[in-house]
Design a protein around this ligand. Structure first.
Ligand code: BGC
Length: 415
């Protein structure tokens, strides 16, 4: 990995989200997990049976327990240990999310113990010299908010703004970076169009409505936050994959352009005025032939996702050319239990970011997904995204080789 030419103050770290790591959450997701664990286990062979690593994952994938977040990675209780690991790895930033259902378990009633927990969390980060990047909505909703129709109703957005205001009034003095919404399109698409995630709706119309309401929620929240103080830097975490034509046919070229537009610009255009930077989550590229995606799959992750980490350079360049805003990579990584792929991934990604920077792209941070192994939504526990391995039976943490290499790189580049 190259060790120079990153701007000073660059954020080096990793990301997590509350529901995926904390454990013991009660929200719309945890309810849905209990209702769907058996059927997810029953579909596992059909869904994942073709993966090269099926033999290794099948015991877990076929078990209903795998699909219930339960204690997750017990990060709620072990956050000090995990933050200490991040510190040891020389990270200077961590992205995490605040679980709305803990803070406001019933409409309008704030749980002071939960708020104190997040205060202590931010204090711990600050004590360790780690910059917090706070996410307010990372796919999970309080049950009461979901019952009111969640983000399907525009009028409900005011509850989210009120939650954001409460959080910033409580922990805001130590926070600069705020992500309002994680991957709005992924949420709308999985939850309201594909129906894979709660509330498991299958309607294009409703998905688009949710997407528009999420843009509205972001804009309202960002205005509120800037009204509190201009020093806050607010954005969304934008899922941005790279689309490219696989051949020189006009149809492939045009399709890739259109797909990229809907992937990036359709939503970003609605919120960019209220973004101080662009948070980018980059996981894969899509090679387009005609109307279809056929990625090369030369390298694939444990989840079968095409791995083309170097393409992050093109994504960064494109977003820079279109929007001229600073960029923080808020998520990037791969599912890899062996850790070999992750080492390769990081070794490809960091020079690609550096190349983008050398071409003038204003990249301000890189937060790897994820700090620790966690609960991967409807796939459960077998996808291993952590720089740090978690043994889910004992909750023991083990720093992976990729993490040591990344940590050593950060040490060199920041000294
Ligand atoms: C999400 C994470 C998820 C990761 C890997 C992103 O879409 O924000 O919650 O774990 O991808 O699938």
């Amino acid at each position: 990995m190259p060790s120079s030419k990153f701007p000073s103050g660059f954020l080096w770290g990793a990301s997590t989200s509350a529901h995926q790591v904390e454990g013991a959450n009660h929200n719309q997701w945890s309810v849905w997990e209990l209702e769907n664990a058996k059927s997810l286990a029953a579909q596992a062979e059909y869904q994942y049976g073709d993966l090269d690593n099926w033999d290794e994952i099948k015991t877990q994938a076929l078990s209903p327990d795998n699909y219930v977040s339960g204690t997750a990675s017990d990060h709620f209780n072990r956050y000090k240990t995990d933050i200490a690991i991040a510190k040891k790895l020389h990270m200077n930033s961590l992205r995490f999310s605040i679980e709305w259902s803990r803070v406001e378990p019933k409409e309008g009633s704030w749980d002071s113990a939960a708020i104190d927990h997040y205060k202590r969390y931010v204090d711990e980060l600050k004590t360790q010299g780690i910059e917090p990047v706070v996410t307010l909505f990372h796919f999970t909703l309080p049950v009461w908010f979901a019952e009111k129709g969640g983000f399907e109703k525009r009028s409900n957005c005011s509850y989210f703004v009120r939650f954001a205001e409460k959080i910033l009034s409580e922990i805001g003095k130590d926070v600069r970076f705020v992500i309002t919404i994680n991957e709005p399109e992924v949420y709308a698409f999985e939850s309201y169009y594909l129906g894979h995630w709660p509330p498991a709706v299958l309607s294009k119309k409703r998905a688009i409505k949710v997407l528009h309401n999420l843009a509205y929620a972001h804009n309202q929240t960002a205005r509120m936050i800037h009204g509190l103080n201009r020093r806050y830097k607010v954005s969304i975490a934008k899922n941005s994959n790279y689309f490219y034509a696989g051949d020189s046919a006009t149809l492939s070229i045009r399709s890739a352009i259109v797909m990229q537009y809907f992937q990036d610009d359709y939503f970003l255009k609605k919120v960019i005025k209220e973004c101080d930077f662009i948070g980018v989550n980059f996981y894969f590229s899509n090679r387009v032939y005609g109307y279809r995606i056929h990625s090369p799959n030369e390298h694939v992750s444990d989840m079968g996702w095409d791995m083309s980490p170097g393409d992050i350079e093109h994504t960064l360049e494109r977003l820079h050319e279109r929007y001229h805003k600073p960029i923080i990579i808020t998520e990037n990584g791969c599912a890899d239990a062996s850790d070999k792929k992750r080492q390769w991934w990081l070794a490809q990604t960091i020079p690609a970011i550096q190349k983008a920077i050398s071409k003038g792209v204003d990249v301000r941070g890189y937060l790897h997904w994820s700090l620790i192994d966690n609960f991967e939504w409807d796939k459960g526990r077998w996808p291993r995204f952590g720089l740090v391995e978690v043994r889910f039976d004992t909750m023991e943490r083990k720093v992976r080789t990729s993490a040591r290499q990344y940590g050593e790189f950060i040490r060199k580049v920041t000294n």
